[in-house]
Design a protein around this ligand. Structure first.
Ligand code: NAP
Ligand code: MG
Length: 496
């Protein structure tokens, strides 16, 4: 990785940024001719002016996606040929990793080391995984008895609209695109307004890889216009959404008020991170408690934002968390040594700071951080912040902050820990540190969450499903299970 450690500032200055919509296999302006400012949170300066798509562009892109789907130009290709295209796309993502990482870092503020060694390589790996799966998927034959035969076939849905957030812009997009394309669908992707640049570039790479025109369209633009138009479109068969619970609920409404399109929702979280007094390695747990909330500026749906520590070890443990937290002090996102960068925009910056004020006002005890940082840069940075003395009723224990703010609660018994863990509208993830196998497995069974980590945090890979219980949403990304939501079952019964 040493060769990667230098020169990012120079390379950023030389970047050639694509800013148009991508419809029917080529870059086009928005029909209205409008553009919007894409600001870099690194310094608050305008990075690019990007095509501002709205309902008319949605119509154009959906029509193109529909035409491509019905023509069979993609879904009717032999599986091994479609496999070749997605594997080539994975390879192109890898080959262009420096450029894509720079775009991601400048656009949304995360450290270049993370975008170059996490976001982009994992996006490539995800594309590769689903590409490799294509020619290994079998349909079913039912147990229909000797005089008949039944086939249970999986068919692609048609036109998928993917609407994604800004915290892992390319990766969240690829988590949707890869399984949707692998199963033969066409896709219209709307990236978040804060971070459209890697999605725009990806469309071009997809065509270079051999994806036929119309199979992937990318529409930068705003949620209320382009996003809503996709949600209400009569010819979109499914919405694959990642974002807030609030907007997830809008998509349910859009579907009900239009064509009953399928909806899958990956929404917010308020992950409990439980530390039992018998944890084997409290230093390791504390390191993970800090990383679990401060990684990616805390802009992670499954961030361990509620630290639940047994009262007997709380002071000792929290001191360690505060100490480890210092290494997550924000720096220049283009500096390879920075572990934390800027909040995505001015609005999110202000929102997080107002949660910190609310925490203080409601009586939580500020142990570290709490302020804006690097204000001289013009960018949107926040210190790693730790609160003690939080109880379950406080706003900072209930609402998703989506920033580097840790709320610490204490418990006396295991039952109490599990009760607090479940005392939330969310159910995305949970973690527990303990040597006691029974307690660990009780946690896994009792806590309502899509992922439970035992003696680790945010662990796993593309082979395990990811998604929520409760108001964290439904439907799963990653693993072979993700293929289910982009397909429908068709039963064929044959009398012999
Ligand atoms: P968001 O505001 O819900 O936006 C997500 C996407 O929806 C964006 O593309 C957005 O467009 C669009 N949108 C916004 N309002 C809309 C509307 N009225 N109609 C249709 N589309 C609309 O979420 P965010 O602030 O970008 O991301 C943070 C949230 O995402 C957090 O709650 C986080 O927990 C969640 N998240 C969840 C996961 C997961 O896998 N569970 C992963 C990452 C993030 P604009 O860009 O114009 O707003
Ligand atoms: Mg931006």
């Amino acid at each position: 990785m040493d060769a990667l450690a230098t020169n990012w500032h120079d390379r950023a200055a030389r970047l050639d940024i694509r800013t148009k919509a991508f419809i029917d296999g080529r870059y086009v302006d928005a029909a209205s001719g409008k553009t919007f400012e894409d600001v870099s949170p690194r310094d608050g300066k305008v990075l690019a002016r990007v095509a501002e798509c709205d309902a008319e562009d949605v119509d154009r892109a959906v029509a193109s996606a529909r035409k491509a789907f019905e023509s069979g130009v993609w879904r009717d290709q032999h599986p091994r040929d479609r496999k070749r295209v997605l594997l080539k796309l994975a390879q192109l993502i890898e080959q262009n990793a420096d450029e894509l990482a720079l775009l991601e870092t400048l656009d949304m503020g995360k450290p270049i080391r993370d975008s170059r060694s996490i976001d982009i390589p994992l996006s490539a790996r995800c594309m590769q995984y689903y590409g490799e799966a294509i020619d290994k998927l079998y349909d079913e034959v039912g147990p229909s008895g000797p005089n008949s035969m039944s086939l249970i076939l999986r068919e692609p849905l048609g036109v998928i609209a993917a609407v994604v957030p800004w915290n892992f812009p390319l990766m969240m997009a690829v988590w949707k695109l890869a399984p949707a394309l692998a199963t033969g669908n066409s896709v219209v992707l709307k990236p978040a307004e804060q971070s459209p640049l890697t999605a725009i570039r990806l469309a071009e790479l997809a065509v270079e890889a051999g994806l036929p025109p119309g199979v992937l369209n990318v529409l930068p633009g705003f949620g209320e216009t382009a996003g809503q138009a996709l949600g209400r479109h009569m010819d979109v068969d499914m919405i694959a959404f990642t974002g807030s619970t609030e907007v997830g609920k809008y998509f349910m409404r859009y579907s009900g008020e239009s064509n009953l399109k399928r909806v899958s929702l990956e929404c917010g979280g308020k992950t409990p991170h439980i530390v039992m007094p018998d944890a084997a390695d409290l230093d390791l747990a504390a390191k993970n408690a800090a990383g679990g909330i401060f990684f990616n500026q805390g802009e992670v749906c499954n961030a361990g934002s509620r630290l639940l520590v047994h009262e007997s070890i709380k002071d000792e443990f929290l001191a360690k968390v505060v100490e480890y937290g210092k290494s997550w002090t924000p720096g220049d996102p283009l500096d390879w040594n920075s572990r934390t960068g800027a909040m995505v925009d001015d609005r999110q910056h202000g929102r997080v700071l107002s949660y910190i004020e609310k925490g203080k006002a409601e009586g939580a005890v500020l142990k570290s951080g709490g302020n804006a940082a690097r204000t001289e840069t013009g960018g949107f940075y926040i210190e790693p912040t730790v609160f003690d003395g939080v109880d379950s009723g406080m706003t900072i224990a209930r609402e998703e902050i989506f920033g580097p703010v840790l709320s610490t609660l204490t418990f006396r018994t295991t039952e109490e820990a599990f009760r607090i863990a479940n005392d939330t509208i969310y159910g995305l993830a949970a973690a527990i540190w303990t040597k006691d196998l029974s307690v660990a497995m009780k946690a896994a069974k009792t806590i309502k969450a899509g992922s439970v980590w035992i003696n680790c945090f945010d662990a796993g890979d593309i082979t395990t499903p990811f998604g929520g219980f409760k108001q964290s949403g439904f439907g799963r990304d990653k693993s072979l299970h993700a293929l289910d939501k982009y397909t429908d079952l068709k039963s064929v019964w044959i009398e012999l």
